[in-house]
Design a protein around this ligand. Structure first.
Ligand code: ZN
Length: 729
């Protein structure tokens, strides 16, 4: 007894000696919080992740399947058993199912694409036959087209510049593009803009097949009949249900006619395997593709057009399907009307062991441990809301409809949204609102990497150093590609997205090979990183839930945003230099051509001028934000009285919303955030300061100047919100 007492004293002593301060907590509450997090960690069990994955990924569970519904109902019961108030919120969303898929080569030889994956003997999940969703790209339009084929590499803007130099036009043709290089939806979007009438996308073995490593089942990479499914909806315009832009797809909602839905592709598009792609590529002639375009198939990659001629016929069953979002709430003890939201999707293209179930089961284990703590009297201060989204794969539909349907509620209550979407092995990747960077860094510095025993921050820094990248810890900016999009970009809820990866690559993404068998052999055997994800996301959730003052920090935010501004200015300057250089070359060449009138060459046209944009409104606005940021950072809000803290939190919660503009981005008003957006021509890839940056990149300088002024006003509003906070300190 005595001995124990002494030990306790010693423990308490050393604890205070190394007392840690954490963002948003007073010194005393910081100690309580760290102790709570240690209790939380002790509750996490790998076996649960394993059991639950076997259950959830046993059968295909895409939108509208019985198994998807069963998963939703099962999760609801689980949350309830852990003490949550859970419900299923249902929406009726358009979800096309492939009715007819035909792809054939008609000239100079004939070949019909099999469009059928070969099951793997060692993996029972790949043997479920009819139940496996046929491979297709969701939200391709119906179509029946025949034309010559052109190989367009990844089908991104710079590939079309290359084609133009070679004098190759895709107008009236069908293009074949490789996966990767951009989000897949950009490929048919750009092809259609260039006049193509059909689009085939295939996975080249150089990108995720035998060139990268052994293929499944010997290794993790893509076997020859593997096909990546995926949405090609025009999500940079707006994500979610294509028929109900900006509002919830409830049962009686007014819906667009399908022919008027702008986010369905303009041309038919079909994904295929490399076994199916090879005969089409072999039948192409014309120029040999540039070295950087060639893939890993044993063929000489030609561009065409032709003589390969292709017939592509697609028809879909365009039905409304129910989407089941599971929403589970644990009421906060002090601030029940402030919601900390945490989500992952539950629908998959096929079994989805990795995407999304590996993230979903980590979230559930986290929720179970938080629920147990609450039952033992450690209730969170704020309400915690766990969300399991349906219909993410076809276009972030479940989360978007829910967010659109609950706009007022969310604006009033949500303080943060924390997203995960599948998990692997390796390094922590985190993106999100830069006001949360300091908190995330504190947490990642305290959690150990299961493989090396060093902290998540150190592990990441070591890897960055090896590859010559910046080794400082920072959040990446969020573009799109998962369920955080409606929260941050449409509603201005501060958001995070996290997961582990970098050492678990493979070719299973969106194929029938993303199974429990594949996952436990190649992605995260033993679920070590699954538990580490539950820990990391759990600590973030608990800090947000229990902080005295919401842990937003502005110095990191300011630093990042001013870097974005410098980049945009730098881009404009280098565009101007480039244009001047090109103009001069044209002028010199024109002189040479004039000197030799027999020469029939046509002189290239001179590029137009890049004007001097006036960035001073933006520079001035940011300079004055800096002053307020410094004042804000000096203020200790955690020593205020409880009633004052409550008022500060209420204001802090709305800070990120000051970065929205009601009218949104040019030509896409759904996207309202002025700092982060998915690129109009990159899809998932982020564009920061998107209004200004994209106008410059598209050489729309009049719009760029307007956007500079608009953004400057946004920063001025943001500054006034900060000043109001400082006054309360
Ligand atoms: Zn996913």
């Amino acid at each position: 007894m005595k001995k124990h007492y002494v030990l306790l004293l010693l423990y308490a002593f050393s604890y205070t000696a190394i007392a840690q301060t954490i963002q948003g907590f007073s010194p005393e509450s910081a100690q309580d919080q760290l102790a709570l997090e240690a209790q939380f960690d002790a509750k996490l069990k790998k076996e649960n992740l394993d059991d639950w994955m076997q259950f959830m990924a046993a059968e295909p569970h895409y939108v509208g399947t019985e198994y998807g519904k069963k998963n939703a109902e099962w999760m609801k019961k689980q949350f309830e058993s852990w003490g949550y108030d859970a419900e299923i919120d249902e929406y009726q969303v358009l979800f096309p199912y492939p009715k007819l898929r035909l792809l054939e080569l008609t000239e100079p030889t004939t070949f019909k694409a099999a469009l059928a994956p070969e099951p793997i003997a060692e993996d029972k999940y790949t043997q479920q036959g009819e139940a496996l969703l046929p491979s297709y790209n969701a939200f391709s339009t119906d179509g029946d087209v025949t034309a010559e084929l052109v190989f367009v590499n990844y089908g991104v803007p710079k590939d079309y510049e290359e084609l133009e130099k070679l004098g190759i036009d895709v107008k009236g043709k069908i293009v074949i593009a490789k996966y990767y290089g951009s989000w897949r939806g950009i490929k048919p979007k750009l092809a259609a803009e260039k006049g193509a009438i059909g689009c085939i996308i295939y996975s080249d073995p150089a990108d995720d097949g035998y060139v990268q490593g052994d293929v499944y089942p010997e290794g993790a990479f893509k076997p020859e009949t593997g096909v990546q499914r995926g949405s090609v909806m025009d999500m940079p315009l707006y994500p979610g249900d294509v028929l109900t832009p900006g509002y919830g797809a409830t049962k009686n909602a007014k819906r667009l006619h399908r022919k008027d839905a702008p986010t369905i592709t303009k041309i038919p598009v079909l994904p295929i395997s490399y076994a199916d792609a090879k005969p089409f590529l072999e039948a192409l002639e014309g120029p040999v593709a540039p070295a950087s375009w060639r893939g890993g198939l044993p063929v000489t990659y030609h561009i065409g057009p032709g003589p390969a001629k292709v017939h592509l016929k697609l028809a879909f069953d365009w039905q409304l399907q129910p989407a089941y979002n599971v929403i589970a709430k644990l009421k906060g003890a002090t601030y029940p009307d402030e919601w900390v939201m945490r989500g992952n999707h539950h629908d998959a293209w096929v079994h989805g062991a990795s995407d999304p179930v590996s993230g979903m089961v980590a979230l559930m284990e986290e929720a179970r441990a938080v629920g147990e703590l609450a039952k033992a009297g450690k209730k969170p201060k704020r309400t915690i809301v766990y969300c399991a989204w349906d219909a993410e794969e076809p276009g972030l539909i479940g989360s978007t409809e829910w967010v659109e349907d609950h706009q007022d509620l969310l604006k009033e209550k949500a303080v943060v949204y924390i997203n995960t979407d599948g998990n692997g092995r390796g390094f922590l990747g985190v993106g999100g609102s830069h006001t949360l960077e300091t908190m995330v860094k504190e947490i990642a510095g305290d959690i150990k990497d299961p493989q090396t025993g060093v902290s998540l921050v150190e592990r990441r820094a070591a890897a960055a150093k090896v590859s010559g990248r910046d080794s400082s810890f920072g959040l990446s900016a969020l573009g799109s590609g998962s369920d955080y999009t409606p929260f941050i970009q449409h509603t201005g809820i501060p958001s995070l997205n996290l997961g582990f990866g970098g050492e678990s690559s493979g070719g299973e993404y969106h194929t029938i090979f993303d199974s429990y068998t594949h996952y436990t052999r190649f992605k995260d055997p033993g679920f070590e990183y699954g538990v580490t994800l539950a820990k990391t996301a759990g600590h973030i959730t608990l800090r947000m839930a229990n902080a005295d003052i919401l842990p937003f920090e502005l110095n990191a935010w300011y630093k990042t945003v001013s870097e974005y501004m410098d980049e945009v200015i730098e881009t404009t300057n280098s565009m101007r230099k480039q244009a001047e250089k090109q103009q001069q070359l044209v002028a010199e060449k024109a002189y040479v051509l004039a000197a030799d009138p027999k020469d029939n060459l046509k002189a290239p046209e001179a590029e137009s001028d890049v004007p001097y944009l006036d960035f001073s409104p933006l520079q001035n606005a940011l300079a004055s934000v800096k002053v307020s940021v410094q004042e804000f950072s000096k203020t200790d809000f955690t020593s205020l009285s409880a009633s004052k803290q409550k008022m500060v939190n209420a204001k802090l919660k709305d800070l990120e919303k000051a970065l929205l503009s009601d009218s949104g981005l040019p030509r896409r008003p759904w996207f309202k955030h002025q700092i982060y957006a998915p690129g109009f021509y990159t899809g998932y890839g982020v564009k920061t300061l998107p209004g200004v940056r994209e106008a410059i990149e598209q050489k729309n300088f009049k719009e760029a100047q307007e956007q500079i002024e608009k953004l400057a006003k946004t920063f001025t509003t943001f500054k006034s919100k900060l000043d109001e906070l400082v006054k309360m300190g």
